[in-house]
Design a binder for this molecule. Structure first.
Ligand code: COA
Length: 170
């Protein structure tokens, strides 16, 4: 039986190991890592799934800012251990964390990832077509989701890593 639980500091080493296994040794060079910078993730949106013994999956979110003043969430990394893939664990973590983000008043979520995986959750490239990233990515992999209607529509400009993240809403 798997349980979604809030990430704790003690989970750090197991999460790092899972991320190394899932994304490979060069993961820190990926565009999403550059966008996260050296800031910590948003603690209330970091979850893990544990089985009886092992940490099986992790999801984290980072704060970003669009055009200097519009806060958004950057989803990821999301990783499910090889042995537990294809059982809906990624889906559980995404649905759980997005519901939490919505409840906390966040308005918009960005992700750089496989569109075939993220589009069923409502992510689209259309919502971010006027947003730019400092490191180039395949445009079909950059997607957005509105948790509050209108939070992304019509937005344009650079998505940056900013120290001072203010939430939209509560
Ligand atoms: C991608 C990943 C998180 C999926 O985790 P998972 O627990 O196996 O995924 P789920 O079982 O929750 O799958 C949910 C749905 O997505 C589909 N799916 C799973 N992996 C997919 C993929 N790589 N591409 C497209 N669809 C995928 C499933 O078939 C399922 O569809 P359904 O709801 O119609 O049944 C996992 O394979 C992983 O950790 N990969 C390595 C790291 C990575 O790529 N992370 C994502 C960053 S983009």
């Amino acid at each position: 039986m798997f349980q979604v639980i809030a990430e704790k500091p003690v989970d750090g080493p197991e999460i790092e190991k899972l991320l190394d296994q899932s994304f490979g040794p060069n993961r820190l060079e990926r565009a999403a890592y550059c966008l996260r910078g050296d800031k910590p993730p948003i603690p209330e949106l970091c979850f893990v799934l544990r089985g009886a013994i092992f940490l099986c999956a992790t999801i984290r979110y980072w704060p970003v800012v669009i055009e200097g003043s519009h806060p958004a969430l950057l989803l990821g990394p999301l990783a499910v251990g090889q042995a537990w893939r294809g059982r809906g664990l990624g889906k559980i973590l995404i649905n759980h964390s997005l519901a939490r983000a919505r409840a906390l008043g966040h308005g918009a979520v960005l992700v750089i990832g496989d569109p075939a995986y993220y589009q069923p959750f409502g992510f689209t490239t259309e919502l971010v077509e006027n947003l730019t990233l400092s490191k180039s990515v395949d445009s079909c992999r950059f997607q957005g989701l509105e948790l509050q209607p209108g939070a992304l529509r019509g937005r344009s400009g650079l998505v940056e890593n900013k120290c001072d993240h203010r939430r939209e809403g509560g």
